[in-house]
Design a binder for this molecule. Structure first.
Ligand code: C2E
Ligand code: MG
Ligand code: MG
Length: 704
């Protein structure tokens, strides 16, 4: 820009009524060697006002025909504040000229002393100065527009921490318009407190000025707006320096982080809570327990931890679906809340487990009362959609410091105690005892030994007959696994099948059972015994293995057993899984000609309509219904209904667990076709079963 000026003629407006003086000016400028001047000469103030617009500078004699002294200057200045004005005066008017300079005129020269050196120099520097200040003005304007359009609030102060500037955002966030804020102490306009303690936060500006460096605002800083509304803010203050490097004030830049801070809070809440029940999750529960231990220690108070695990929850989840399962968990969570004080913690570390921290237990008795309350509260039916669900819980209890001095030990021992409660028949609570530790260790030992059981040929099958309740003939046989453990002796499936299912060992074990049962059935046939259908038990875990169907086909092919001589006893747990593949697997097996039975019928949640989807041949009524058949009218009614249901679905019904003559008679009266139980025979080794098959059952046992 400067360079173009050098080549562009300066347009000078000369307002002068006195012709000789005007000529002197024209001459002085015409002879200038520095720059070219284009002078427009007018003789009155009015003419000057009319022509000022294009001028780079105005040269004016304050004494004009239509205006005099200060008035001349003021009229021109008002009309053209940006055009530099140089006044031509007589010495006696110097005071007026000085006044005009104070009011904005650039300078004055004595009319009598104009020459071709001084005048062009004066004009040139005057025009240049005006251009610079114009540019600065523009720049400042631009800076202000910029500051108003950025997203951050900007505020500046002088060294005494008095407000000198606020941009639009700062006005909005503080609630102070700039005009009102300017000159006020920063603390009045910018009221900040610590979000946690609510104490006044340190003034960052004073610090920035004092230390002459950029200072970050207190973390967790909250700005209180003029009307009291609060906003979380974040940012910094920095000192402002003049050209000589002296601190002249400070600028604070800040922005509203309420949304971001709220989001952070929400994220950390989510990371610490279970989304289904909104209860603290494992992480937060652990933190609270650690904290509770410290407090209990300090105040010499007791602390109890209750480990609550729902009984057979998986069955509900599998049979009625996850949505119902989830709602049941929510219902349980609500009930647990009603059993504790507000200072206690109810958490859900996962699945169907809940952990309760009971603070300030004065004696162990308090925890026991709470456990009893929980068992009672949970036993009440839960109404979820059209379902009336019954669920119980097993509770393990520990107290601090007796059962452990750190969080992990307490939780582990509470888990042992809970496990013990399960083994004591569920729906009860147990205190931790040292032996439980031993039991858990034993469980691990069983798992380790079980891994080698197949290779070491420690597994074997016993066989129990299924009997026609009218004729007494043996119409089938169920293979039941046993484990001959080198130290423990003969171990029943109840002691290891669940462990095998949990660790996946059930798959190779099940393969072995399948192959062995088929082989044995074939051996009996080949030995001249009448062909008999052999049933094996299959866990849900095994059925879910992708190659289950082909492994059945392989076993039949390898042993030469006909498919209709093999029966698979499935559980409701498997059938009720919602997966489409469940129906497909069952249909494939049935298509192969294998018979299918539903074991332990009545203990799950199968509905009639659901069962119809599966090509099941046999329903096995669970022994728990048979046990009290003769004495409990309710059970008798259920068994009657089951038999009726089996008939209408064209399924054969087998009653399990017949132990007495009375039970047998009862079942006969209800027209139950087939039965199984100790009354006829316990499960026996293959050789014994072969004898039984050849000889038949004792006639007195089966005679009608
Ligand atoms: P289950 O399939 O319902 O088998 C019937 C269980 O009841 C057997 O117990 C049998 O010995 C027992 N039992 C038979 N008659 C009577 C009776 O009159 N009174 C009483 N109180 N009990 C009777 P066991 O052999 O201990 O098997 C328990 C469960 O272990 C079986 O129940 C079955 O679910 C599972 N199981 C057994 N063998 C296998 C197997 O090879 N694979 C899988 N996955 N599970 C198996
Ligand atoms: Mg069975
Ligand atoms: Mg059964």
């Amino acid at each position: 820009m400067r360079r173009t000026w050098l080549f562009m003629p300066r347009h000078i407006l000369l307002i002068q009524d006195d012709a000789p003086h005007a000529k002197a000016v024209l001459e002085a400028l015409g002879n200038s060697s520095d720059a070219t001047f284009q002078v427009e000469w007018v003789r009155s103030c009015a003419e000057g006002l009319a022509r000022q617009a294009d001028a780079d500078a105005i040269l004016v004699d304050l004494l004009l025909p239509d205006s005099r002294g200060m008035e001349t200057f003021q009229r021109l200045f008002r009309a053209a504040p940006h055009i530099p004005i140089l006044m031509l005066i007589d010495p006696q008017d110097e005071d007026t000229a000085k006044l005009a300079v104070q009011c904005g005129a650039q300078d004055y020269l004595f009319k009598a002393r104009l020459d071709s050196f001084l005048l062009p120099k004066a004009l040139e520097s005057m025009i240049e100065r005006a251009a610079i200040s114009e540019a600065m003005f523009e720049q400042n304007d631009r800076a202000l527009v910029t500051l108003d359009s950025i997203g951050d609030a900007v505020m500046s102060t002088d060294v005494a921490c008095r407000i000198t500037y606020l941009n639009a955002i700062a006005e909005a966030l503080t609630g102070w318009p700039q005009e009102e804020a300017i000159g006020r102490p920063l603390e009045e306009v910018f009221r900040i407190v610590d979000g946690g303690t609510r104490e006044s936060a340190q003034n960052p500006v004073a610090l920035a000025i004092r230390q002459n460096k950029t200072v970050a605002l207190t973390p967790n800083c909250v700005l209180i707006r003029r009307d009291g509304v609060e906003a979380a803010i974040e940012d910094s203050a920095a000192p402002i320096h003049n050209r000589r490097g002296r601190v002249t004030g400070a600028v604070v830049v800040f922005h509203d982080v309420s949304a971001a801070r709220a989001m952070t809070l929400r994220m950390s809440y989510l990371a610490q809570h279970d989304s289904l029940t909104d209860l603290p999750n494992r992480v937060l529960m652990h933190d609270r327990l650690v904290e509770a231990i410290v407090l209990s220690n300090r105040h010499r108070r007791k602390l109890a931890v209750l480990f609550v695990d729902l009984d057979r929850f998986k069955r509900i989840n599998d049979s009625l679906g996850h949505i119902v399962g989830d709602r049941l968990l929510q219902s349980v969570a609500r009930r647990l809340f009603t059993c504790v004080r507000s200072s206690d913690t109810v958490s859900r570390p996962g699945g169907d487990e809940f952990v309760l921290l009971l603070w300030e237990e004065r004696q162990a008795l308090d925890a026991r009362l709470t456990a009893e309350k929980i068992l009672l509260a949970l036993r009440e039916p839960h109404y979820i959609d059209q379902h009336v669900l019954h669920v119980t819980a097993s509770i393990g209890m520990v107290t601090y410091p007796e059962d452990g001095t750190d969080a992990d030990t307490l939780l582990k021992n509470a888990d042992f105690a809970m496990y013990h409660a399960k083994q004591c028949g569920r729906d009860n609570y147990q205190y931790f005892q040292l032996e439980m530790n031993a039991r858990a260790t034993e469980r691990q030992a069983i798992e380790a030994d079980l891994r080698q059981a197949i290779e070491r040929r420690e597994l074997l099958l016993h066989y129990q007959p299924k009997v026609d309740l009218v004729t007494g003939a043996i119409v089938g046989v169920e293979a039941l696994i046993r484990w001959r453990h080198p130290q423990r002796g003969l171990v029943a499936p109840g002691q290891f099948i669940e462990i095998a299912e949990e660790c996946g060992l059930i798959v190779p074990i099940g393969r072995w059972v399948l192959r062995e049962a088929c082989r044995q059935a074939r051996v009996w046939q080949d030995g001249g015994l009448a062909p008999i259908r052999v049933a094996i038990n299959v866990s849900a875990v095994e059925l879910r293995a992708l190659d289950f169907v082909s492994s059945v086909a392989d076993s039949l092919a390898a042993t030469g057993l006909q498919a209709h001589n093999l029966e698979l006893e499935l559980t409701e747990t498997f059938l009720m899984q919602e997966a489409k593949s469940t129906v497909a697997v069952v249909r494939e097996l049935r298509a192969m000609g294998v018979h299918l039975a539903l074991d332990d019928f009545g203990t799950g949640y199968s509905s009639l309509s659901y069962l119809q989807r599966f090509p099941i041949d046999t329903l096995k009524i669970d022994q728990s219904f048979v046990r009290d058949l003769a004495t409990d009218a309710n059970d008798a009614n259920i068994v009657r209904a089951m038999i009726g249901m089996g008939n209408s679905l064209h399924m054969r019904v087998v009653a399990e667990g017949i132990e007495t003559r009375v039970q047998l008679e009862f079942l006969r009266a209800l027209r139950c076709p087939v039965g199984q139980g100790f009354y006829f025979s316990r499960p026996v080794p293959p050789a014994d079963f072969a004898r039984l098959l050849k000889r038949g059952l004792r006639t007195d046992a089966v005679a009608a």
